[in-house]
Design a protein around this ligand. Structure first.
Ligand code: IVH
Length: 655
């Protein structure tokens, strides 16, 4: 084979591969492919300098990493709000109509896998980053290259981020689990976990062996000019990516509902698991204008498919005591496969629920599983009872510490602040990834530390010493030192981690970040009104924060002294006409509205998506529509883009 022939053969192999993996249309047999592959490989071993970047040999996973580097996404990877029925859909459309006019929608399957961001530069795949927390993910380029439906080279030279879901087909998932069962390895709970786990293998050979598939659903940073997402995606598919089995644009709720029903009815025919349909505002400008809540874009929702039901038997009911003391009953059921997932537990929510549904040990029940939600018991098949079923009585003493429980009806609580389960769960939560991310504080170790009386609460973690640890079984020099080091490294943590770790009810990671961005560690001095004014905070959350601070001020102070969390530097904008003003942008402007939004935010303005009485300025460009009319009606000051620029330049409001 000479160089020209080599090039032609690489091209031919890629054509076979594209047809097979992307178009699901084999052009040849495995034998022909393999023979040519071996020839190409032989040429490459003799002519190393000629190796083409998109040669199929470059996908082979023979790279071992000793860890993955963290990498920031250029644009955040958001998640979607879920809707479940027609009523939710109508509400979402109504809400959207308040923000923009003349909506049309793009609908496609929602795949159940792990999201991945691919970055192409000069047509070459240069990096692949997992979603991570949406802002920072892990760089797994080498593993992504083993996925045959990810082109190594595309016909688009400008920088382009392509986002999609990595999945494992249902039949492949079964094969993997069968193999794992044979080898005595732990089974994957579902295809999503299997896909996510396979992507993050340090040995890319393992990733290569899992037959992962990439399905694009959107773009991140790009300079594409299509105005509609549906057209943008059509273009992406032409670059060599898998197109969904069905997708459609819809004009209204009826059309969406119809398409949703037809997708749901053929959901079994999809090779991969779907957990719903994604509906996205088709106009990119409109979607951008609608903006984001703390977690989600307002211009897209996930319309979940109805859950799948199965019959199984309740073997046992166990009790779990959470960190807030609530005792939760959980049913252990006979293992049952639902859509490729083995279900062994079902939540019973609370004791009232057990009584209301009259669930007894030994009962045959219908369980329902939807998406990633823990399965629940829908109905007891009482006609199947044979008298051997055993009623489950409300408990009066804590299954862990045996102290008397407080029975509030639906909820039964252990009030003993030093109950082992409460303390242990609080410490595990404190050390978990979205909190202080302290390595080496898993369930077993925390249980040992607690039963041996080494730690009674989270603050004791900071006074641990090596001598004491070495007295414990299983602790040698290295393990003890590692644990002390990782606790030490929690000091100086980001302030949102400090807030999140305290476990304030109703305030999760996102809420903690918002509190931290606005107040830093001084969130303890924020009033309820100030907290209510934050994006995404409602009455319940605000109240919860204020109450938590009131009751736990000493504890917070001690933790703060130990941890010395890093408050973000809140740079206050210099005085200017837009500082602390609420501004709405509409119409087309000389720059993208996103850029103008960033500029105004840097000046200390809050840029909102919709006009209300609280709006201080409406800034309008050409073709301003209903927002302009609304602003005028409400008496909101409406100014043009050039007036805005003048105001910024002169630092004053023109007459
Ligand atoms: S769009 C702007 N489209 O679902 C939001 N996501 O909860 C970006 N997913 O993290 C997501 N199929 O991993 C979108 N057709 C689809 C999807 C999809 C699956 C996943 C994705 C995302 C999560 C959103």
């Amino acid at each position: 084979m000479n160089k020209e022939e080599y090039k032609a053969n690489v091209e031919l192999l890629n054509k076979y591969s594209y047809n097979y993996y992307v178009l699901d249309n084999a052009l040849t047999t495995d034998e022909v492919y393999d023979k040519l592959y071996v020839e190409v490989e032989a040429y490459e071993s003799e002519n190393v300098d000629d190796i083409l970047i998109d040669s199929p040999t470059q996908r082979v996973g023979d790279v071992m990493s000793d860890g993955f580097t963290k990498e920031s996404h250029d644009q955040r990877m958001w998640s979607l709000e879920d809707i479940f029925n027609n009523e939710d859909l109508l509400k979402w459309i109504q809400r959207s109509k308040k923000l923009v006019d003349n909506l049309s929608f793009y609908c496609e399957p929602k795949y159940d896998g792990a999201s991945l961001n691919l970055v192409y530069e000069n047509g070459i795949l240069v990096s692949a980053i997992t979603r991570g927390d949406g802002e920072v993910g892990e760089l797994i380029t080498q593993n992504a290259k083993t996925i045959k439906s990810i082109p190594l080279k595309i016909d688009h030279l400008k920088r382009l981020e392509i986002r999609g879901e990595v999945v494992i087909y249902k039949d492949e998932f079964e094969k993997i689990n069968l193999l794992r069962a044979k080898e005595g390895e732990q089974l994957f709970a579902n295809p999503r976990n299997a896909a996510a786990g396979s992507l993050r293998q340090l040995d890319s050979k393992i990733t290569a062996s899992r037959n992962l598939v990439f399905l694009p659903y959107g773009v991140g940073q790009n300079s594409l000019t299509q105005k509609l997402l549906s057209n943008k995606m059509t273009y992406i598919y032409t670059l060599g990516f898998i197109e969904p089995m069905i997708r459609s644009t819809c004009k209204n709720a009826q059309e969406i509902e119809k398409f949703y029903n037809s997708m749901n009815s053929i959901r079994d025919r999809f090779a991969m698991m779907l957990d719903g349909m994604v509906i996205k505002v088709d106009s990119i400008a409109q979607a951008e204008e609608m903006g984001f809540t703390v977690k989600n874009p307002r211009g897209a929702v996930a319309y979940k498919f109805p859950a799948v039901e199965k019959i199984t038997k309740v073997k046992e009911i166990i009790l779990q005591v959470g960190r807030s003391g609530v005792v939760t009953p959980v049913a252990i059921v006979e293992p049952t496969a639902i859509e490729g997932v083995i279900v062994e537990r079902a939540t019973l929510h609370n004791f009232d629920e057990i009584e209301r549904k009259d669930i007894r040990i030994g009962d045959s029940v219908i369980i329902l599983r939807s998406g990633d939600v823990i399965p629940k018991i829908m109905k007891v098949l009482t006609h199947e009872r044979d008298g051997s079923e055993v009623e489950f009585k409300r408990v009066t003493s804590c299954p862990v510490c045996e102290s008397e429980l407080l029975d509030e009806g639906a909820l039964i609580k252990c009030q003993n602040l030093s109950c082992a389960a409460r303390v242990v769960n609080a410490i595990i939560y404190f050390a978990s990834k979205p909190c202080l991310n302290i390595d080496g504080l898993g369930v077993k170790i925390v249980e040992v530390l607690h039963t041996e009386g080494v730690i009674q609460n989270v603050t004791d973690l900071f006074t641990l010493n090596k001598e004491r640890l070495l007295e414990l079984e299983g602790f040698k020099e290295k393990k003890a030192q590692n644990l002390l080091d990782s606790i030490e490294s929690a000091k100086g943590c980001e302030c949102w981690r400090f807030i999140n770790a305290m476990g304030i009810e109703h305030v999760g990671e996102v809420g903690s970040k918002v509190l931290c961005e606005n107040f830093g560690v001084e969130f303890v001095t924020a009033t309820k009104e100030q907290i209510l004014a934050l994006d995404g905070f409602g009455e319940e959350m605000a109240e919860s924060v204020v109450e938590f601070v009131r009751v736990n001020s000493e504890h917070i102070e001690r933790l703060r002294e130990f941890l010395k969390p890093n408050s973000p530097v809140i740079v206050e904008a210099e005085e200017n006409p837009f500082k602390a003003k609420t501004v709405v942008l509409t119409g087309s402007m000389s720059e993208s509205r996103g850029d103008i939004k960033n500029m105004l935010e840097a000046l200390g303005a809050k840029v909102s998506g919709s006009v209300s009485k609280k709006t201080d300025f409406l800034i309008y460009g050409e073709d301003a529509g209903s927002k302009y009319d609304k602003a005028i009606k409400l008496g909101v000051e409406a100014i043009t883009e050039s007036v805005m620029r003048e105001m910024i330049l002169n630092n004053s409001i023109p007459n």
